[in-house]
Structures are given as structure tokens and as C-alpha cells.
Design a binder for this molecule. Structure first.
Ligand code: AHR
Length: 861
């Protein structure tokens, strides 16, 4: 897969085959250590020496292994690493993760460069775990692990034994010596660590790995803009398609990734206008903000009314809080200011609903009013009468004027006590006019991409911050008042009004396959709640968790007459199966033994009961490194159909990794590139990001035999609520503002094919800077029989392109549409322009500087 690396070494000339290097020693010493810099987060370093006296640091402080334990202030620390070569020939590294944790970390490597899964065994009630060390036990049968522990002011030594670094004996307080770290002076600083004698080529490999990392950093720092003076002569490009080599490619290549991030769902795609309709907001939702309580977004519309929250007799156990009003004087109610205001349009109708009850003998109706920014009433309606017990009341209110920043007033027409919950105002004009539906303009912007699938509900939202925050699909279906809200990992509140039913319905409405992603029995490795980082669902609870995932498949695809889960789907309004085909298990998890064990259980259970479901595995958050390698290993071992890759990379990475998938083994699982985007520090998306993503998608199309699906991430971001940048579609309450990268997705989604026709490219200038700035893809769509040509020109100058269409059966003049997206790299306002053209079999075109050009030859008029 990484054969290209060797080529790069040779190209830049910093490596010479060993036999050309005279006088290198047979062996040398290496010293493994970590510094205290960055609170111990800089990981494992190496220095080498031939005499144990003069030490040469590699890098000078290249990190060869980084700790993945926990997150935030306490996380990712490697304290006093201890390295040994085990009797299995592997290097084993142990380290302490924090002064306050009874945990040590373990990881292995064959070459000190690539490291495997990290495991974090706990040492129980022995206090903290400092200076963990490992030696062969006297019998040579197992390893003896020793550490020092500070407990109640006393330092004790503990030990335990292991054969495989997976299971450990119970720690014993023992009077054994903890091996000392050695001390050497490196660049004038005394460091403590472990010393090893190794063959010189192992040292050489470490030095080369450091140089490779530096070279990659240079490549990654490259930007699209390049001096046009370097390209003085006209550049010509001749393209000769080779239809005889054409291959089938995925017809699912372009999809969307939806996550409730940046207020993507509540306050975003979900069209509900009332914020905190369920009175379930809590300080826990947002963490640091104390004012985020059950009354958030609500005020009283007058002084003669007391407003409180109660939990004594709620509407539903999942929805324990409700409002209690004590109305001293008729005519007063509650006011909700929506999600940054309530937008309404003159002449449009809105469905109001509310649950209410009152034990008063004189009970009134409820008036709902739409208020404009100045408080003027611009719509009013009345519900039926309040009952003694919880009852749903509704009314339709029509706006007489428009406002972008309005409010909603809810007035029970009575005096005395009244309880209220689930206060809702929905535009009748939702996407496809669905009740409890999506905001029409946002949903349409997504639908326009023609996504072949929709991934939901995340992202990190799927695996959650802590075990209690794992997104449980069954809490998001059924009547709204019975859904279980959840703290949103991105720092707000999820009502779950946009739940699994609505996601599946939306997929059906836009002709996309649903791709739900569930947690792989572990929460996010960066979790800060309930423990430190990744935690696994306890083994005794795994059967119940797996059952719930099987129930999801049953709910989506089952027969309502046989399955209670399918019956729920039918009762919600969808008797026909949703025809679920894919299920993502895991989201860019840290690949640890805890993960692997649970993932394997889940995968096997699904495969056994529903072999037709394509399980999508995960390979961590990066395009290389331990999680990527280990995730792929598990996928290959288990024969998982698809692997979800994530990478947010700088411009230079996309420019220099156009061949990323050309290097992939065709016999392994297929790729779902589930999250990716070009990230340029301090920038949103612009022509530079849009074109580099187009360039990468051209590489995906070329490899569409193994790259089955892709989705840019994240999809939505609300103005002033953005926690992640860049995003594909920005919006506020009334506007949808797609970023430049959106148009790449749109154009590729609207111009996908299912057959790839390779081409030979001949350039007038063969410099690397030219070659790597031109991308072309020729595809055919079997449904329309249309031929689609895509050209990416990343040069700062025009390219005169000629493409010979005769081998593709084009013999005379033919009508086509041509769409061009171009601009200067920094341009974020550029939009695609489409024109109708007639083209000859020898099609000539001038590709503008920094452009994406798509030509679609209509085979049917
Ligand atoms: O796309 C935003 C976040 O990026 C996702 O939640 C997560 O999977 C990734 O780290």
C-alpha cells in the first residue's frame, strides 16, 4: 500500500541503500525516553549513540509513539516510558498516563516505528501507577510488571504478571525492586529512560522515519497558489480515453454525512421553532454554563404569573420536567424566543401543539400568538379547552406579517395553576410537507446534491461523550413526548424530535440509502465524562446492547405482523420496510482491545442474524497511523464489507495524495470515505478547498471499484453556533448559504457515473508541478447513457485540452452542458456557471486557471 514511499525517498535523495554507506557500525545503542514538555504529551523519543557517551537525538524530538489515554487537561500523557524487547521478539512499551490514575498503558511494535493497539489496564485499588516497568519473570514463562504507587501518603511497590499483556494477575503489594530508568545527557539535558543495543539498520530506520515525517510535513504545507511565471509556455493536454479498459465503479459514490453538530438538527434541519419545548434543558447539556436550565428560552409574558418547573407527575418518564404556571391574573402566559428568534412568513400557516392539564375547576383554552420583533401580534389562534389530565391541544396559526426575529406567546386563558409541556410550533411548509418534518430550504439544499446515501446521526454524536451519552436509536422513535432527550456532545441539547424515523423518512424522500452509524460498544476516546477517554460497555451489558442493534434492523426492515419493532414503524406511518442495507458500527474509534472485542461481538451477531446487512467498520480519525492500520487489520481479518475512513487534511496533503487509493489492495474490504475535508488554518472553504476536494473525488472515481462511498463532513453549521470549521452549508433562520466546497459535492453528486473509462494523459510540460495539478475523469452513467467528463486544473494558467471522443462512440456534433467552477484560490464567493455547448469528436476546450470543468454529453435528448 505504501510502495510510493520508497519512490519518494529516492526522489528527494535523502536515503541511500545501506550497502552504499561506508563504515556504518554493526550495532549501536538507542535510548528511549519522554520529556516533561507539553505536560508529558510529546510521547516517545529516541536518541542513538555508538559509545553510550555522545547521544544523537532523532528529530531532535520526533514522537514515535503518542499516548492516546483520555482527553483534555488530563489526557494524552506519556510519563516515564519503559521499553523492553520481549521474548516474543516484539518491543513492548509501558508508561504511566497520569499521576492520579491507577492505570498504565501498553503498546507493542516490531520496529519501533509502527505501533499497534494501545491498551490501558487498570491496577485496581492500588493507588496511582507510576514508573511501570517490565522484566522477564525468573521462570521466563511470563512478564513481571512492577510499579510504584502513592496511596494515603505512602509509596508502595506493586507487581503483577502477564503472559500476553491482555490478561494480568491480581496486583500484589510486593517488596520487589522496580527497575531503574537510566540517565543520559542528550543535547545538554539529562533524560531518563531505557537503554538498548540494536542492529545499526534499526537506528537507520528510525532516522529515515524521521526524515520521511519531515518530508510529509513539507508536502502538507504546500498550497494551491503557485507562481504563474513558472508556467510561461502554453500548457496543452491530450486525453485519449481507453474504453477497452473501462470498469464498473460504485453508483453510491457521493453521499452526505449528517451530524447534529453546529445546531444541525434542533434549530437547524429539524423545523421545530420552539426552543426547549420540553423544558428538559439542563446545565449538564452544556457543561460549563450554569444558566442553561429547564427554563432556558422561556420568559413570562407578565408579572402576574409565577413560572416554575416540576417533575412530580410528568407526561412521560423520558420527559420528566414540565412547566407549572400559577396565573394570578388572566391574560398572561409564557414567551419563547426560539432558536435565535422565531422566523415566520406572512400568509404561511403554522401548526401549534401543547400538552396541558389543570386541576382547577375553571379551565380555559390556550391562546398562541406570534409576536414580531417589537412585540406586535402577527398571528393568533386558540386551542381547545385544557383538561384535568395531560392532554394534547392544537391549533393552526397564520402569520399576518413576516419577521425573522419573532417570538411565540402561549397564554392559558384562566387563573390558577396549569401544567404545560411539549410546546411546539411547526411550519406547515416543511420539506415534502411532512409533519414533524425538516426545514424545506435546508433539506432541499441537501437533496440537490442527489446524495446516494445519508449517514446519521454522526460523527462523535453517535458514540458519545461517556457511556451514558451513547446515542441510543430506540430513544428517538415513537411519540415525541416519549422520546428521550440527550446531552449533545457538541455542547447543547438534543430533543430527538429529529429521530431515526425522520432520518429514514428523509432518506426515502430524497432517494438516498439510509446509513445509520451506531457505537461499537465504546464511547468516544476523547470522552471526559464518566471516566477517562474510551470506555467499553461492560461485558455483562453487551448482550442487551447487541440486541438493541438487531432490533434496529428489525424495526427498519421487519414485517409488522411478526415483529413488535416493525409494528412500531408501521404505527408511526411506514408499514413498508425501509429496506436498510448498511449499518456503520463505530465512529473513528481508538482501536484498542476493548474496542476490538466489542466490535467483533457486534459484527458477528449482525452477520449471523442479518447476513444481508453490509456492516461498515472504522479505521480511526486519520489517513495513517496506528488506528488506521489496526482498524484495517480487524476489517480484513473479519471480512467486514466496508471500512469508514476519516481524514481532515491540509491543502498540501490533497495535492500530494491524488494517488492515495491507487495504492490500495483490491482484495481487501471496500472503502467508505465517511468524513473528509480540506482544512486550511484560519480559512473557511473557498476555491482552494473546493478544487482540491474535486481533485480527490476524481481519484475516488478512478478507484470507484474499491471506493464505494464518500461523504464530506460536517454538513451543516448555524451562524453563531458553529463549533467546527469549515462546513458544507451555513445557514441562519431564514437563509441557506452553501460554501464553495458545497458546489463540488453538488456537481459530483449530479454528475456521477457507474462506469469509469481510463484515459492516457499527454502533457506538453512534464514537470511534477504540472502533472500533479491536472486531474481528469471520464465516466458513463448507465441509466441516462450520458458521458461525463471532469477536468480539474490546479495550475495558475489555462490549459488547452483536447480529448478524443471518437473511441467513446461520438462521431458527429453533439449537444452537451458545460459547468465551470473557477476563481482564485482564496475566492469564497465563486459559483459554478453552466452553459449549453455543441462538441465535436475531437473536443477542444480551454480549462481556466484554478478550475473544475464538467462536460455532460447527453445521449438522450
Ligand atoms: O465532523 C465533525 C467531527 O469530526 C465528527 O463528529 C467526528 O467523527 C470527527 O472527528
Amino acid at each position: 500500500m505504501k510502495k510510493a514511499f520508497f519512490f519518494l525517498f529516492v526522489t528527494i535523495g535523502f536515503s541511500l541503500p545501506n550497502h552504499l554507506m561506508a563504515n556504518e557500525p554493526d550495532s549501536a545503542y538507542i535510548f528511549a525516553y519522554a520529556t516533561e514538555k507539553n505536560a508529558g504529551r510529546n510521547g516517545l523519543h529516541f536518541a542513538w549513540s555508538t559509545d553510550r557517551n555522545t547521544w544523537h537525538s532523532i528529530g531532535p524530538e520526533r514522537t514515535f509513539l503518542r499516548s492516546e489515554y483520555a482527553s483534555g487537561r488530563h489526557g494524552k500523557r506519556m510519563l516515564s516510558p519503559y521499553l523492553i524487547k520481549g521474548n516474543d521478539g516484539m518491543w513492548h512499551c509501558l508508561w504511566s498516563v497520569h499521576e492520579g490514575y491507577a492505570v498504565f498503558a501498553h503498546c507493542t511494535s516490531t520496529d519501533l516505528i509502527s505501533w499497534g493497539q494501545q491498551a490501558f489496564p487498570t491496577t485496581g485499588n492500588t493507588g496511582n501507577c507510576m514508573n511501570p516497568s517490565v522484566t522477564f519473570s525468573p521462570t521466563g514463562q511470563d512478564y513481571l510488571i512492577t510499579w510504584k504507587s502513592l496511596q494515603a501518603g505512602n509509596t508502595k511497590t506493586y507487581s503483577c504478571r502477564t503472559k500476553d499483556f491482555r490478561t494480568y494477575s491480581i496486583p500484589q503489594a510486593e517488596n520487589v525492586a522496580v527497575p531503574h530508568r537510566q540517565q543520559v545527557t542528550i543535547n545538554g539535558i539529562t533524560e531518563s529512560g531505557t537503554l538498548h543495543r540494536v542492529a545499526w539498520n534499526e537506528v537507520e530506520a528510525l532516522i529515515q522515519a524521521d526524515k520521511m515525517a519531515k518530508y510529509k510535513a513539507i508536502q502538507n504545507a504546500e498550497r494551491l497558489a503557485i507562481n504563474p511565471d513558472l508556467f510561461k509556455d502554453t500548457i496543452t493536454l491530450n486525453v485519449t480515453p481507453r474504453p477497452e479498459e473501462s470498469k464498473k465503479i460504485s453508483d453510491m459514490l457521493i453521499g452526505v454525512f449528517f451530524e447534529d453538530i453546529n445546531y444541525g438538527a434542533d434549530g437547524g434541519l429539524y423545523a421545530e421553532l420552539v426552543q426547549n419545548r420540553d423544558f428538559e434543558y439542563s446545565p449538564n447539556d452544556i457543561g460549563r454554563e450554569e444558566n442553561w436550565t429547564a427554563t432556558n428560552s422561556w420568559t413570562t409574558g407578565g408579572e402576574s404569573l409565577l413560572f416554575d418547573i416540576d417533575t412530580v407527575a410528568p407526561l412521560h418518564a423520558h420527559n420528566p420536567h414540565y412547566a407549572v404556571l400559577d396565573i394570578k391574573e388572566k391574560g398572561h402566559g409564557l414567551v419563547n424566543d426560539g432558536f435565535d428568534g422565531v422566523p415566520v412568513k406572512a400568509g404561511e400557516k403554522y401548526d401549534f401543539s401543547i400538552f396541558a392539564r389543570s386541576s382547577n375547576s375553571k379551565r380555559g383554552k390556550i391562546t398562541v400568538r406570534l409576536l414580531d420583533e417589537g412585540g406586535k401580534v402577527i398571528g393568533e389562534a386558540r386551542t381547545g379547552k385544557i383538561s384535568k389530565t395531560w392532554n394534547k391541544l392544537s391549533a393552526v396559526v397564520e402569520a399576518t406579517a413576516s419577521t425573522v426575529n419573532g417570538r411565540i406567546e402561549v397564554i392559558p386563558n384562566m387563573e390558577g395553576k396549569v401544567d404545560l409541556d411539549m410546546v411546539s410550533l411547526f411550519p406547515q411548509k416543511t420539506f415534502k410537507n411532512r409533519k414533524n418534518g425538516m426545514r424545506a430550504d435546508l433539506a432541499q439544499a441537501i437533496a440537490d446534491i442527489h446524495p446516494r446515501f445519508v449517514r446519521f446521526p454522526g460523527g462523535c454524536v453517535a458514540h458519545g461523550n461517556g457511556l451514558d451519552n451513547i446515542y441510543r436509536w430506540e430513544n428517538t422513535i415513537g411519540p415525541l413526548e416519549g422520546r428521550k432527550p440527550l446531552r449533545n456532545l457538541w455542547g447543547y441539547h438534543q430533543t430527538m424530535g429529529l429521530g431515526y424515523y425522520e432520518y429514514f423518512q428523509f432518506c426515502e424522500d430524497i432517494g438516498a440509502e439510509p446509513l445509520p452509524v451506531v457505537a461499537a460498544g465504546v464511547c468516544c476516546q476523547n470522552s471526559s465524562i464518566g471516566g477517562a477517554g474510551q470506555m467499553g460497555i461492560p461485558m455483562e451489558e453487551m448482550p442487551e446492547y447487541i440486541e438493541s442493534l438487531l432490533n434496529l434492523i428489525e424495526w427498519a426492515n421487519g414485517d409488522p405482523s411478526e415483529s413488535p419493532w416493525a409494528k412500531m414503524r408501521a404505527e408511526a406511518g411506514h408499514p413498508k420496510p425501509f429496506n436498510l442495507k448498511y449499518l456503520g458500527v463505530g465512529n473513528e474509534d481508538l482501536i484498542t482491545p476493548v474496542f476490538e472485542e466489542r466490535f467483533t461481538m457486534i459484527f458477528k451477531a449482525i452477520k449471523e442474524k442479518y447476513p444481508e446487512i453490509q456492516v461498515v467498520g472504522t479505521s480511526g480519525p486519520f489517513s495513517e497511523g496506528p488506528d488506521y492500520v489496526e482498524g484495517w487489520k480487524i476489517a480484513s481479518k473479519l471480512g467486514i464489507p466496508l471500512v469508514d475512513e476519516h481524514y481532515y487534511q491540509p491543502a498540501g496533503w490533497f495535492l500530494n495524495n491524488h494517488d492515495y487509493y491507487d495504492r490500495y489492495d483490491r482484495s481487501k474490504p471496500k472503502v467508505y470515505l465517511g468524513e473528509y475535508a480540506t482544512h486550511i488554518p484560519g480559512k473557511g472553504n473557498n476555491i482552494e478547498t473546493a478544487l482540491l476536494e474535486a481533485y480527490h473525488l476524481i481519484g475516488c472515481e478512478r478507484n470507484g471499484d474499491i471506493v464505494s462511498m464518500t461523504s464530506y463532513a460536517p454538513l451543516l453549521a448555524k451562524d453563531r453556533r458553529t463549533r467546527w470549521r469549515p462546513d458544507l452549508i451555513y445557514f441562519n433562520n431564514t437563509e441557506v448559504k452553501p460554501g464553495t466546497s458545497y458546489y463540488t459535492q453538488l456537481l459530483f453528486g449530479q454528475n456521477s457515473g457507474n462506469e469509469y473509462i481510463p484515459s492516457v494523459l499527454t502533457l506538453s510540460d512534464n514537470r511534477d508541478d504540472v502533472r500533479k495539478r491536472i486531474g481528469i475523469s471520464v465516466v458513463k452513467d448507465s441509466l441516462s447513457q450520458d458521458l461525463i467528463l471532469k477536468f480539474v486544473n490546479l495550475l495558475p494558467v489555462k490549459v488547452q485540452a483536447t480529448i478524443d471522443l471518437a473511441p467513446l462512440g461520438i462521431s458527429g456534433k453533439q449537444d452537451a452542458t458545460k459547468t465551470v467552477l473557477s476563481g482564485m484560490p482564496e475566492d469564497w464567493k465563486a459559483r459554478p456557471e453552466t452553459s449549453s455547448i455543441a462538441i465535436e469528436p475531437q473536443y477542444r476546450d480551454e480549462l481556466p486557471a484554478y478550475s473544475l470543468t464538467i462536460v455532460r454529453l447527453k445521449s438522450k435528448s
